[in-house]
Design a binder for this molecule. Structure first.
Ligand SMILES: Cc1cc2nc3c(=O)[nH]c(=O)nc-3n(C[C@H](O)[C@H](O)[C@H](O)COP(=O)(O)OP(=O)(O)OC[C@H]3O[C@@H](n4cnc5c(N)ncnc54)[C@H](O)[C@@H]3O)c2cc1C
Length: 343
């Protein structure tokens, strides 16, 4: 008989974040599918608010490792807490959100407990009474169902793969799990967090739209000149108004290496494609981008695709976009920004 542990850390305000709530949905489905008990294991400064938030999720026990030492993300304390929770739950399957905090520690915890771990998991399934997980291989070209016999089995679920759990809050009774810490566990001290202002972030995983900029924005235009400053204004203006996430082609982010005028806010983190990212958004709009396969393979999880290109024979026209506007991206985005500003 399997025992499923939903493992998560709290946010700074003591609540559970979206990725954790999505993982809870998957953990619940797995427990129901297997007829196995579900337990919740929470780590944080104060875990009671988080336990109350998910009080009606059907967990048989709420286990918590709490205290000021466990509030910040720190390998030594997080791994000790996760290890203690997995042991206290006698968990055979531990399912956690693939946040940077969990990603950093759980492989080490699996090793300590003699278990195994799978990351970048997109779903947990049951077939013939056996648990399995789904994940993509070879740059999202093949999807596999993975089963393992070794326990405990740690699963890191990628964000955006399950709906966030949204049941009623209540009052949960949390069993405190003790973790003996030494001074060595607390040698690393988190002195603060440095993060860009949220409107300076161009990568927004929760955005409804992915806006992709290609190298065409920096190329010589029909008037014989380049217009990088206007390109920058148009793109940033659109992102600000539409709250879209910004993707790029490899050619555009590579241009800085070739000494050409580039869009300053672009980095390789924006690159979508075979050697870039595979973001998940309901819609995508590609501009000044040719739509070559190494780029569009990163659009696997973009449902509705549109592109603007001067070239009617660009690769988007070969069945890669739902709609191709054969037009000048400068002119189209100028007009779109005007319309958005007038709203
Ligand atoms: C091993 C390997 C891995 C790769 N990995 C990736 C990857 O991860 N991601 C990726 O993106 N690429 C990747 N590439 C590169 C990829 O093959 C393409 O070279 C790249 O995507 C092309 O970028 P682009 O479309 O921006 O530029 P270009 O091919 O130069 O296309 C520019 C487009 O802009 C259009 N255009 C110009 N001006 C305008 C205008 N005013 N209005 C409208 N359209 C205009 C042009 O018609 C043209 O179609 C990889 C290649 C290899 C070999």
């Amino acid at each position: 008989m399997e025992t499923i542990l939903f493992l998560a850390h709290t946010e700074a305000d003591g609540s559970l974040g979206k990725a954790a709530l999505e993982t809870l949905t998957a953990a619940q489905a797995l427990a129901t599918g297997l007829g196995a008990p579900l337990l919740a294991g929470l780590i944080g400064g104060n875990v009671q608010p988080a336990a109350n938030q998910i009080a009606s999720c059907g967990a048989q026990r709420f286990l918590g490792v709490a205290g000021a030492e466990f509030a910040p993300s720190r390998y030594s304390t997080d791994s000790a807490a996760a290890e203690a929770l997995a042991k206290a739950a006698a968990a055979t399957i531990v399912i956690a959100p693939a946040t940077s905090r969990c990603n950093r520690v759980l492989a080490g915890v699996a090793q300590r407990l003699g278990g195994r771990i799978d990351g970048h998991v997109t779903g947990a399934t049951t077939a013939d009474g056996k648990p399995g997980l789904t994940r993509w291989y070879y740059r999202q070209r093949m999807e596999a169902v993975v089963q393992r016999t070794r326990r405990p089995w740690f699963i890191l679920l990628d964000p955006g793969c399950s709906p966030a759990w949204s049941g009623a809050a209540g009052t949960a009774s949390v069993e405190a799990v003790a973790v003996a810490l030494t001074a060595a566990h607390q040698r690393t001290v988190v002195t603060g967090v440095q993060a860009p202002a949220s409107d300076a972030q161009t990568i927004r995983p929760d955005a409804k739209l992915l806006f992709v900029a290609g190298a065409g924005w920096t190329k010589t235009q029909p008037d014989g000149k380049t217009h990088p400053e206007e390109a920058e204004q148009l793109i940033l203006g659109f992102l600000g108004k539409a709250k879209a996430s910004l993707g790029s082609t490899k050619s555009l982010v590579d241009l800085s290496g070739e000494g050409q005028a580039v869009l300053k806010f672009m980095t390789h983190l924006n690159q979508v494609g075979q050697t870039g990212s595979t973001p998940r958004h309901p819609k995508g709009l590609a501009t000044c981008c040719h739509g070559e396969e190494p780029h569009t393979v990163g659009w696997r999880f973009i449902n509705e695709r549109r592109a603007i290109n001067l070239n009617a024979n660009c690769s988007w026209a070969q069945g890669k976009a739902d709609v191709l506007y054969v037009a000048d991206s400068f002119a189209v985005m100028r007009k779109v920004n005007e319309l958005l500003a007038a709203k």
